[in-house]
Design a protein around this ligand. Structure first.
Ligand code: ADP
Ligand code: MG
Ligand code: MG
Length: 309
């Protein structure tokens, strides 16, 4: 090794999309690495501005207020297209039309509590895989009241975009982690990356370690955003059939090539539970899943063991 060929590491965190985003780049040229990290964060901020429901001017927020339809960017259309495909293929377990339900539970608010049953029923009215339709770049709503929410998929897309920007900047080795939505570019130098998967009940403990290169790893858990009432946990992934938080599992970890696909599938499997979840993931070649069910038991797809160390 020549002295000037040594790998430099640039590691930076920002708050984006309501979570801590960490980008880690290994490169021989620290200036190039630094510029690439800046560009990747800027791209994620751009995606957040398009798709966050928290931002009143975002396309997704405007779509929620639209009477019938709205023309959106290619980026939002791409995310919505996959979201609607996963909605269909998961029989509505994944549902980007449940924005009213999410707003009703208001888990990000100061004093979240269980909504009235009548309000839940009203928020579920008319939602489902058929409630939104995409024609080119125009999104049609089945009802004016429908509110779109891409919270279960957009973070994964933003991670994919960040990795694309790093790659365009000539980076060959990097990781982008948006609060559990993670994607790897290359390996960690010559070796695979070692990724610890958070244990859903033991804070700070690792459930398992995966060794991976060039793949996305996304975990959805009931331990990130929740409140407790009468000894029960109410968290942020909703079963669109009941309007209540899904209760079949504690966490779902998806491994796929794209973080957007892994993100959407993780949320879908969380709602479907172990049996139907494994069936759904089995329809996607090269995608692996690890599920911790409500009792703490593990369920994994056939190829998962090969990734575990
Ligand atoms: P995290 O936000 O922890 O990464 P997810 O990717 O599972 O977890 O996304 C959860 C978010 O997805 C919720 O905050 C909400 O915005 C949205 N969401 C909740 N339930 C569903 C669902 N059944 N289908 C699609 N999106 C959902
Ligand atoms: Mg998700
Ligand atoms: Mg996610």
């Amino acid at each position: 090794l020549r002295g000037d060929a040594r790998e430099q590491q640039v590691r930076q965190s920002r708050i984006l999309m309501g979570t801590v985003v960490e980008i880690n780049v290994l490169d021989q040229d620290a200036r190039r690495a630094q510029a690439a990290v800046e560009a990747a964060f800027a791209e994620m901020a751009r995606i957040e501005e398009l798709m966050s429901v928290q931002r009143p001017d975002s396309e997704v927020a405007r779509l929620g207020r639209a009477e019938q339809s709205l023309a959106v960017s290619t980026e939002t259309a791409e995310v919505l297209a996959l979201g609607l495909e996963i909605a269909r293929r998961s029989a509505g377990a994944f549902d980007p039309s449940l924005g009213r339900l999410k707003a009703l539970w208001d888990l990000e608010g100061d004093a979240p509590r269980i909504p009235e049953q009548a309000a839940i029923a009203a928020a579920l009215e008319g939602i489902g895989p058929q409630a939104l339709r995409l024609e080119g770049l125009r999104v049609y709503k089945a009802h004016p009241e429908l509110v779109v929410d891409l919270g279960g998929i957009a973070k994964g897309y933003a991670v994919d975009r960040a990795v694309a920007v790093l790659e365009q900047a000539g980076i060959a080795s990097a990781s982008v982690n948006a609060g559990g939505d993670l994607r790897l570019l290359g390996g960690r130098g010559e070796r695979p990356w070692r990724i610890g998967i958070q244990h859903p009940r033991e804070a700070g403990e690792v459930l398992t370690i995966l060794e991976l290169s060039d793949r996305a790893v996304v975990t959805s858990g009931d331990y990130e955003r929740y409140f407790e009432q009468d000894g029960r946990r109410y968290h942020h992934i909703f079963d669109p059939r009941t309007g209540f938080p899904a209760d079949a599992v504690q966490s779902v970890t998806l491994v796929a090539d794209s973080a957007m696909l892994a993100d959407a599938l993780a949320t879908a499997v969380f709602v479907l539970g172990p049996r139907q979840g494994l069936d759904l993931v089995g329809e996607f070649p090269g995608v692996e899943v690890l599920i911790v069910d409500a009792a703490g038991a593990l369920h994994a797809s056939a190829g998962m063991a090969e990734l575990q160390r």
